[in-house]
Write a protein that binds this ligand. Sequence first.
Ligand code: NAD
Ligand code: DAU
Length: 355
Amino acid sequence: MKFLVTGGAGFIGSAVVRYLLGETPHAVVNVDVLTYAGNLASLDQVANDSRYAFEHVDICDADALVRVFAEHQPDAVMHLAAESHVDRSIHGPAAFLQTNLIGTGVLLEAARQYWETLPVERQVAFRFHHVSTDEVYGDLEGPDGLFTEQTPYAPSSPYSASKAGSDHLVRAWQRTFGLPTLITNCSNNYGPYHFPEKLIPLIILNARAGKPLPVYGDGQQVRDWLYVEDHARALVRVLEAGRVGETYNIGGHNEYTNLAVVEAICELLEELAPQHPKGVAHYRDLITFVKDRPGHDLRYAIDAGKIERELGWHPEETFESGLRKTVQWYLDNDAWVEGVTSGAYREWTDQQYGA
Ligand code: NAD
Ligand code: DAU
């Protein structure tokens, strides 16, 4: 099959592209406009594969998408392109409405027009897989509940509201036009090539630099962490074997408070990078409680029973093994880190945390 992957230069998209080209016989067209979060260096290991093509295209550009579909004749779309950072959506929601809502609508239309021209057997086999988030469900009160595929939508941030809207668009294109769609809603990912505006890579890099480790509020919010390569495998499994029109929740069964995650990173650094930055006795001494995120969701946790039962997918990494690999990866990949922590990155961290 040929996969048209949008957002393939981002964190999860690049893991999907590396997985498809490294572990399957499929071909990939990567459609990415390369925002601050898109980085072709994350695809160095597959860029010369003859099954790989890159299209520097904005998913809001209808004409460009029509050309890409006509030229590459994909068998499936896996849609990951998005603005993905909650804090940025609070500072500036417009880009989130544009890419996540309008962009998804434009992509759906281009896919539908292309799909309608296909011969019947290819139409039946075609899939449009929309990659979404557990944040569409809002948050869970108390320590016990889990998000299922039936949990009502109640997004809290401009980011999660824009993702919720994009999920609704995908369902409408399936119901109204018969486009064979799939939706997945996944919990927090972590792993290599994660842009260091997000909690885990930010903490690793700040700790190594001897900078404060910012914990929002009291640090008692809970996230359910999934190693990014487990997510990539799940996405391809859903695309190949999921039931059309269905939603599948994906999660790692790894619930931790933010403070526990930050402390675990500090402990790993004590072991893997015992040479502390100047003036720092223990990495955990850098932990700093800062102003909370407005509208901060308290707890996310996924019931992944449906994908496990129907499609036989299970995460392979535990949080302990995945976090160790992740910290080691950041210690070993200074060149990638330097490439993404440019002037624009420093402008963001100054704006968010104070210079
Ligand atoms: P990311 O921010 O790392 O990457 C997004 C990619 O999309 C970048 O390569 C960027 O250049 C590209 N992009 C942005 N706007 C575009 C546009 N208009 N046209 C074309 N390309 C564009 O995001 P991520 O963390 O890899 O997330 C990927 C997808 O998975 C998103 O849809 C996100 O909502 C969803 N998701 C993320 C997580 C997570 O924990 N990171 C969890 C669940 C779901
Ligand atoms: O649940 C899936 C979502 O996970 C995805 O849809 C989003 O794209 C992805 O960014 C992620 O959203 P979060 O807001 O949960 O991730 P983030 O890494 O920004 O924050 C994780 C938690 O850590 C959250 O409770 C806020 C907190 N935090 C974050 C930062 C950046 C801090 O305490 N300090 C920080 O500096």
